[in-house]
Design a binder for this molecule. Structure first.
Ligand code: TRP
Length: 374
């Protein structure tokens, strides 16, 4: 395919979101839906106002059920193969907002099996990243009474019986067509979608009645749930509903996405102040002109400027302030170096707070028994 290519494991090229909406068969979020959300939540999260979460499957159904008093639960997850980056956190802080505003449970999956099958890393290393990532996720402040962590290999007792039934409904040719698997892929990979689908019905299994599920995710994860939406009605469950986020731009420019496996594409939660400053100054793709003189005369382009995009995605929540920065950068009044300094300051302030919160997380969450809260 010309232009861009998306699988749950790799994104290349410059993503055309309109094209993606029609290729994936998902629906754009529109004002009517956002107004309904606003009626319930009082305000709209910046990522909804700004179209970072831009599409959905069956979100209107979720709202209908909610208004009837039938609460949904949230489900999302993390593939633990390395340090977490800003893109992960953006999606999860939005998920936390949903949890707070709708007052609902969250099931959060750590797919240690997936990362072992898909990455060239030992099982032990993946376990270490699982524990590391869990501390970061816990530090984001999800309601501990309403949040359940699931680690695939540890909570197999809950996940596997569902995955078994799911797997029986999928053929190898579906997996090949949906994910581009080949005969050479290990059989763990071929089975894996069954595990990622499982949490979408865990509350229904536990309760013995159907509970609607809403999954906020980066749009690359959609193919797993397209399969799940096919299979679950056949097993007597609801189809999970989905909210899709755009990708966080990679540091070095408009192609691909921020990714754990590419050091120079991402700002990690573990990056210290100096590293953040260095990465942004050195790598952050700029919408500025080559010389100051030219920049003052012609202005910069915030639409392609990675620092401006990070402010828009998460780090400047105030719409007026963001508009002011955009205007000044576009007009040439603000220089790239100044814009970079704003982004460095904001990102480092966020990471400093995050480090403090992470240090306070009770290590008990890493113990097997504590993970599953009934
Ligand atoms: N596969 C995802 C990743 O590699 C992790 C994940 C598991 C996930 N379950 C999910 C992501 C549900 C979104 C929604 O990052």
């Amino acid at each position: 395919m010309a232009g861009f290519e998306i699988t749950p494991w790799d994104v290349t090229g410059k993503v055309d979101y309109d094209k993606l909406v029609s290729e994936f068969g998902i629906s754009k979020l529109n004002d009517k839906i956002l107004d309904r959300v606003k009626k319930i939540t009082g305000e709209l999260h910046p990522m909804l106002r700004r179209g970072i979460f831009f599409a959905h499957r069956d979100f209107e159904w979720i709202l209908n059920e909610y208004e009837k008093g039938n609460k949904f639960f949230l489900y999302t997850g993390c593939g633990p193969s390395g340090p977490l980056h800003l893109g992960h956190v953006g999606t999860w802080l939005f998920t936390k907002w949903l949890q707070d505003k709708f007052d609902v449970a969250l099931y959060f999956q750590f797919t240690d099996d997936e990362k072992f099958w898909f990455k060239d890393k030992s099982f032990e290393e993946i376990q270490r990243w699982t524990e590391d990532n869990m501390l970061d996720v816990a530090a984001l402040g999800f309601d501990p009474e309403k949040t359940h962590f699931l680690v695939d290999t540890r909570h197999a007792n809950l996940l596997y019986p569902i995955a078994v039934k799911f797997a029986k409904k999928i053929t190898f040719s579906t997996v090949k067509a949906s994910f581009g698997m080949t005969n050479e892929d290990n059989i763990g990979k071929i089975f894996y979608t069954s595990m990622q689908a499982a949490p979408a019905v865990i509350p229904s299994v536990l309760k013995g009645e159907d509970v609607p599920c809403l999954i906020p995710l980066g749009v690359d994860q959609d193919p797993h749930f397209r399969v799940a939406r096919d299979v679950y009605p056949k097993l007597g469950y609801y189809k999970p509903a989905i909210l899709h986020s755009m990708f966080w731009p990679a540091l070095k420019g408009p192609e691909g996405k921020m990714s754990s496996s590419d050091e120079s594409s991402a700002i990690f939660l573990s990056d210290d102040e100096k590293t953040v400053e260095k990465k942004i100054k050195k790598y952050a793709f700029s919408g500025g002109k080559d010389t100051i003189e030219e920049h003052r005369r012609l202005g910069g382009n915030p639409d392609i400027d990675v620092c401006f995009q990070y402010l828009k995605f998460m780090f400047e929540e105030d719409d007026e302030e963001l508009a002011k920065i955009e205007e000044e950068y576009r007009s040439g009044k603000m220089l790239t170096s100044e814009l970079k300094d704003i982004a460095i300051g904001k990102i480092n302030a966020f990471l400093k707070e995050h480090r403090k919160k992470r240090a306070k997380i009770n290590k008990k969450i890493l113990e097997r028994d504590w993970l599953w809260q009934e």
